[in-house]
Design a protein around this ligand. Structure first.
Ligand SMILES: Cc1cc2nc3c(=O)[nH]c(=O)nc-3n(C[C@H](O)[C@H](O)[C@H](O)COP(=O)(O)O)c2cc1C
Length: 219
């Protein structure tokens, strides 16, 4: 058993180590989507682990928040895409309150991207294409049972996955109606870069009727 407290143990952990990229905010493009693509390409080239994993925060109409990790599925001029079941808790929250926040964190580069925006369902064919591109096990798991409901035993889930795999073998084009490609249309995107000596650079793009504007933020 350690004699130091969690507070001391945690304080001793390093946060940013190694070389970090620089962030020249004067050289940034007019569109935050272009900068997001630049940063994501940089994260992929730098072998950042799971650079497409992001936190999605939603809120119920009573204001209760919830957050979970999801995969970024696409970036288009319209915004960022993810996919999920619209029958899940997040899907129900988004139906009632179609606003969300996303956070991507690339620890190896000391970079964070925060997105706030409105949410809409994409065209059906995008959802179908997304589902059919999933590996067979992931497709089976998605249709095995009601996501996030209480499960009586892990064996029950495994049995249902086997049943689902048999259905999918028989109907390889099956896509559940609930599988949904969601578009986050950004209203603001903030780019955050850590630097040596804990200096940080923050740039926020905000959208209004005339387009995107940029502001530096106090770290
Ligand atoms: C790395 C990672 C990637 C994930 N990707 C997805 C995803 O793309 N879509 C999804 O619905 N759930 C994904 N999940 C599972 C979600 O975090 C979550 O458990 C599930 O969607 C239920 O969320 P809800 O109860 O808030 O609706 C992922 C989890 C992890 C850890």
């Amino acid at each position: 058993m350690t004699e130091t407290s969690w507070r001391d143990n945690l304080r001793a952990l390093p946060v940013f180590t190694g070389d970090l990229p620089t962030f020249d905010t004067d050289a940034t493009p007019a569109s935050p989507i272009a900068l997001l693509e630049e940063w994501l390409s940089g994260a992929i080239s730098a072998n950042v682990a799971q650079p497409h994993a992001m936190t999605l925060a939603t809120a119920a109409v009573d204001g209760s928040p919830s957050a979970r990790t999801l995969l970024l599925k696409d970036i288009t001029d319209e915004g960022l895409w993810f996919a999920s079941l619209d029958s899940s808790p997040k899907g129900r929250e988004l139906a009632a309150n179609p606003k969300a926040a996303l956070a991507l964190y690339w620890r190896e580069q000391g970079r964070q991207v925060r997105v706030v925006g409105s949410i809409e369902k994409g065209p059906r064919e995008v959802s179908e294409k997304d589902f059919l591109a999933r590996k067979p096990g992931a497709r089976a798991a998605a249709i095995a049972g009601p996501e996030s409901e209480v499960l009586s035993s892990q064996q029950k889930f495994l049995d249902r996955v086997e049943e689902a795999k048999a259905i999918l073998e028989f109907r390889p084009d099956f896509v559940p109606d609930e599988w949904t490609a969601y578009l986050v249309r950004p209203e603001s995107i903030e780019f955050w870069q850590a630097a040596r000596e804990r200096d940080q650079v923050r740039l926020r793009y905000s959208r209004d009727e005339s387009g995107w504007s940029k502001s530096l933020l106090w770290p």
